[in-house]
Ligand binder design. Sequence first.
Ligand code: PGA
Length: 258
Amino acid sequence: MNINKKKTVIAGNWKMNKTPIETKNFFKDIIPVTTTSKCDIILCVPYIDISYAVKETKGSNIKIGAQNCHWEESGAFTGEVSAKMLKSIDTQYVIIGHSERRLYFAETDTTVNKKIKAALKENLKVILCVGESLEERENDTTNEVVSRQTKVALKGITINQIENIIIAYEPLWAIGTGKTATAEQADETCTFIREIISHLYNRSAAENIVIQYGGSMNSKNAQELLSKPNINGGLIGGASLNANEFVEIINIANSGNV
Ligand code: PGA
């Protein structure tokens, strides 16, 4: 495959961190140093921070995303936020199927699929997360798990719609643990995901889809991970909370050595 390595996307996932004031300060710090960035930059922030983040980043090359959405447009779903609502405040991306949503909020492959469809319907771009647990890796079922998650998530998604989806491979055992998958392990599973896309759609879709790695990526290991042929970027949790650290990762992605 002739992978489109020109497309590097660095996305931050703040999880349940930062107030609106902290959000404003973060963007004031990073915007001046990201204006010349060649790679795409996305920050997925808590719902309450989205409007502030959108305002601060207006006219910049930074895109703002949410971390979840509901699949219905509106209704009696206490505490939920719909894709339509996200779109109405100029959100551009939404993470769907993050392992913390699957683990702590009973999200399943089927609800992930429904959410992706709802997000695409509202013209939001999606970062779909897939990844195996430590037990699954040790039992040698990584490919089986990732394959099932990807196939069910993309059920009914057309070849035109796939252009609006990024896939983030995030092995659960590497998230927030400081334990990164080796660059080889990460690249191997990203390659496997690309093959699934080729099988579900076609070779060109597989060559052009952005596949990120996520799980304890930081400025120390980003170079090695991002330089792998099948890895087009990172979904970064902890290290995206610190403006200097996040900028350093963006600089690595822009360095031309990845
Ligand atoms: P981490 O999180 O970088 O803190 O491991 C990544 C993620 O959960 O998206």
